[in-house]
Design a protein. Structure first.
Length: 440
C-alpha cells in the first residue's frame, strides 16, 4: 500500500519510499503440496471402491430380479406344521324352534288380551272370540239333548208297562191251563161213569191242549217283545249319548273361544287388529318359546356337502362364545347357500331375542401334524398353484399344491417346507415374474 502525498508537499516526494507485498509472501515446498494432493486422491478412490463393492451385490440382485415391489405392500407368513382345523365362518340369526300360532276357534269378533312383546305363561288367556252363532248352536243342541233324555225316560216307562202286560198275559194263560186241566179231570171221571158223551170228553181234553199252547205262546211273545223293547231303549240311549257328545264338543268349542297360550314365552307378531271380525281358523298371533331358541345359519354352497348332523359349532355374540351343534340341514340350495339349524349344547343363554344376529364357526374337520400356512389372497390370485418364497430381499416363484382351507390357514400338500417364508398377499402385482426384488 502507498500513502497519498499532498501535491503541495512536492519537495518531500523524493524522500518517501513506496511499500509492496513482499513482506507477506512465503516460500512453499512444492513436494509437500504434491503429497497432500496424492493422499486426497487416494482417499477418494478408496471410498469409491468401497461404494462399488457394496453396490455390486445389490446390483447383481437387481439385475437378477424381473420386477421390483416395495416390501411394505406385502404380507409374509412362515410355513408351519401343527393341528389343522378346517372350518367355515358364517353369519346366522336367532330363530324360535317352538313358535306356535294360535287360530280363531270360530267366526266372531276377537278381543286381544295381550300385545306384541308381552310375556305369557302356558295356559294364560291371550284372546277371546265372541261368536253368537256358536253359542246359539250350543243352546239348540242342549235342548235337543234334553228332549232325547225325556224320550229315553218315557221309553223306559213304556218298556216296563209292556213287560207288565206280557207278564199278565202269561199269568192268565197259566190260570187257563189250571182251569182246563181241572175240567179235564171232571170229564174223565164223568166219562168213566158214562155220564157224558165222548164228544164232551174230547172237548175237555182239547181245552187243556189249547190252554197249554196259549201259555207257551204268551211266554215266547213276552220274551220277543222284551228283546224288542230292550233294543229300542238301547237305540234311544245311543242317540242320547251321540247328542251328548255333540253338546260336549260344542261346549269345548265355546270354552275354546277363550284362546290360551300353548307355551310359556313371548307374544310375537299379531295377525289381526283389536275387535276385528275374524273367520274360523284364521291366525291370530304367535307365541315364541324363549327356552327353545336356535340359530339358523346360511352356509356357502361349496361347503354344503361337508355339513353333517351333530357337527360342532362355535357361536359368538355379545362378546361371549357358546357351543352348539347342527341339528338340521336343508335339502335345498337357495341363492347359492344351504340353510342349517344349530342348537345350543347347553341351556339357551339369557337375553337372546328372535332374529338377533350372531357369528358362527362350523368345525368341518380336524387333523394333526399338517403342513400349513396362514391363509391369504395368494391362494385365489395364484390359483392355489403358485407361491413366492422369500430369500433375503428376493421372492422366487415356486409351484405348490394346496389342500383344504380353513378360516385362518390353508393346507400345503407340495412345493414348500416347514420354516420357509412366503408372500401371502395378492400375487397379481408380481405379474408372473420368476424373481421379484423386495425393496425396503
Amino acid at each position: 500500500m502507498t500513502e497519498a502525498v499532498p501535491r503541495s508537499d512536492s519537495a518531500s516526494l523524493g524522500r518517501v519510499a513506496i511499500r509492496d507485498t513482499a513482506a507477506q509472501d512465503r516460500v512453499l515446498d512444492k513436494g509437500q503440496a504434491r503429497r497432500r494432493r496424492l493422499v486426497a486422491i487416494a482417499a477418494t478412490g478408496a471410498v469409491l471402491i468401497a461404494i462399488a463393492a457394496a453396490a455390486v451385490p445389490t446390483a447383481q440382485r437387481f439385475l437378477a430380479a424381473d420386477r421390483s415391489v416395495p416390501l411394505e405392500r406385502l404380507r409374509l407368513a412362515t410355513v408351519d406344521r401343527g393341528d389343522f382345523v378346517r372350518d367355515v365362518a358364517v353369519r346366522g340369526r336367532v330363530v324360535a324352534a317352538v313358535k306356535p300360532t294360535v287360530y280363531a276357534p270360530a267366526d266372531g269378533v276377537v278381543t286381544l288380551e295381550v300385545k306384541a312383546g308381552d310375556t305369557v305363561e302356558e295356559g294364560a288367556v291371550i284372546a277371546r272370540v265372541h261368536s253368537p252363532t256358536l253359542s246359539n248352536l250350543l243352546d239348540q243342541e242342549k235342548a235337543t239333548l234334553q228332549r232325547m233324555q225325556t224320550e229315553l225316560t218315557r221309553q223306559g216307562i213304556e218298556r216296563k208297562k209292556r213287560e207288565l202286560q206280557n207278564q199278565q198275559t202269561i199269568d192268565m194263560a197259566r190260570v187257563a191251563i189250571t182251569a182246563a186241566e181241572r175240567e179235564l179231570r171232571r170229564a174223565e171221571a164223568s166219562w168213566a161213569k158214562q155220564i157224558i158223551s165222548r164228544q164232551d170228553y174230547e172237548k175237555a181234553s182239547d181245552e187243556v191242549t189249547r190252554a197249554r199252547l196259549e201259555f207257551a205262546h204268551a211266554e215266547q211273545n213276552a220274551l220277543l217283545e222284551s228283546e224288542s223293547l230292550e233294543f229300542e231303549l238301547r237305540t234311544r240311549q245311543f242317540e242320547r249319548d251321540r247328542q251328548a257328545l255333540q253338546v260336549e264338543e260344542l261346549e269345548r268349542r265355546v270354552a275354546g273361544l277363550e284362546v290360551v297360550s300353548p307355551v310359556s314365552g313371548m307374544v310375537g307378531a299379531l295377525a289381526v287388529e283389536q275387535k276385528s271380525q275374524v273367520a274360523e281358523n284364521r291366525p291370530l298371533l304367535t307365541v315364541v318359546d324363549l327356552t327353545a331358541l336356535e340359530i339358523e345359519v346360511q352356509v356357502p354352497q361349496e361347503y354344503g356337502d361337508d355339513l353333517g348332523l351333530g357337527m360342532p359349532v362355535e357361536l359368538s355374540f355379545g362378546g361371549a362364545g357358546y357351543d352348539g351343534e347342527i341339528t338340521a340341514i336343508s335339502p335345498e340350495v337357495s341363492e347359492n347357500q344351504v340353510s342349517a339349524r344349530v342348537r345350543f349344547s347347553r341351556d339357551v343363554p339369557p337375553g337372546l331375542r328372535q332374529n338377533q344376529r350372531v357369528s358362527a364357526r362350523i368345525l368341518l374337520e380336524s387333523r394333526e401334524d399338517v403342513l400349513m400356512v396362514q391363509r391369504g389372497q395368494f391362494v385365489d390370485s395364484g390359483g392355489g398353484r403358485i407361491a413366492y418364497v422369500v430369500d433375503g430381499n428376493l421372492a422366487r416363484r415356486r409351484q405348490i399344491g394346496v389342500g383344504a382351507a380353513s378360516i385362518g390357514e390353508v393346507e400345503i400338500l407340495s412345493g414348500l417346507t416347514e420354516g420357509q417364508t412366503i408372500v401371502i398377499s395378492d400375487l397379481g402385482q408380481f405379474e408372473g415374474a420368476e424373481t421379484v426384488l423386495l425393496n425396503d
